[in-house]
Design a protein around this ligand. Structure first.
Ligand SMILES: [Zn+2]
Length: 254
């Protein structure tokens, strides 16, 4: 043990809130010590713990705001906080310099269902099956899109500025996570966007859809929406009603 200590130096870490999801049980929700060879910076230690930079919004070293390049000295205390999209900590954040203004997403190829749900609520979501990690990151950076993924490997890239690691594998739960995480309650605009292609929908006259939908649909519904890209007509059918109820429950929980 003494031999190890003579090479490595001791540091103290504490990870907050959902960052604990990335740690083994015995290190969650508590301060713990770790030895590292020096020189080492904060970013290197985060990588070794498997914490994606994109999940981190605030790092304090001995109580002072620091970025990932900050070089650590023996016995430094490092506190790491997750993204607080809905709270104002911008003043003391060093990791993320440019806040995203509009909430837009890009989803990895396993999240097709979540993509449709978010689009149904009107959120701009880019999705393509078979898109490699670098292309996803490029698009996220160029268009200011938040990456949604369950791929921890993808999140390891240092180029990522805005991303969220989904904890749940169930689509409703995933939707709840995203809505809560990014505080989207005020931004729902249902039926403003095509769930298939993400284009903006147009409200169309009922008579205009007469030859495009079946008789029952035409009789029951009065409001119709049209995607010029897919040439598809949408209406608020039973699937949407179920979704609407789910959203109402989400809003109540708030
Ligand atoms: Zn479309």
């Amino acid at each position: 043990m003494s031999k190890i200590n003579s090479i490595k130096k001791r540091f103290v870490f504490r990870f907050y809130a959902e960052l604990n999801d990335f740690l083994p049980e015995q290190r969650r929700q508590r301060e713990f010590e770790e030895w590292f060879k020096t020189p080492i910076n904060v970013g290197d230690t985060l990588v070794s713990f498997g914490i994606p930079f994109s999940e981190v919004d605030l790092i304090l070293v001995n109580g002072e705001s620091a970025n990932v390049k900050h070089s650590l000295k023996e016995k430094d205390r490092v506190s790491v906080y997750p993204q607080f999209e809905s709270m104002d900590i911008r003043g003391q954040t060093q990791l993320r310099k440019i806040p995203l203004r509009e909430t837009k997403f890009i989803l990895d190829c396993h999240l097709g269902k979540l993509t449709r749900y978010l689009r149904m609520l009107g959120f701009d979501c880019f999705y393509k099956n078979q898109m490699d990690d670098e292309a996803i990151i490029d698009k996220s950076l160029h268009e200011g899109r938040i990456i949604l993924t369950r791929d921890k490997l993808l999140l390891k890239s240092e180029r990522i500025t805005h991303a969220y690691y989904l904890r749940s594998i169930e689509k409703h739960e995933q939707l709840r996570e995203v809505v809560q995480k990014f505080d989207l309650y005020q931004q729902f605009k249902s039926f403003s966007r095509c769930i298939s292609c993400n284009a903006k929908l147009q409200v169309v006259d009922k008579k205009w859809v007469k030859t495009r939908v079946d008789e029952d649909t035409y009789r029951i519904f009065d409001r119709f929406f049209y995607c010029t890209v897919c040439d598809k007509v949408f209406w608020k059918g039973s699937h949407f009603k179920r979704m609407e109820n789910y959203i109402r429950d989400l809003l109540k929980e708030r």
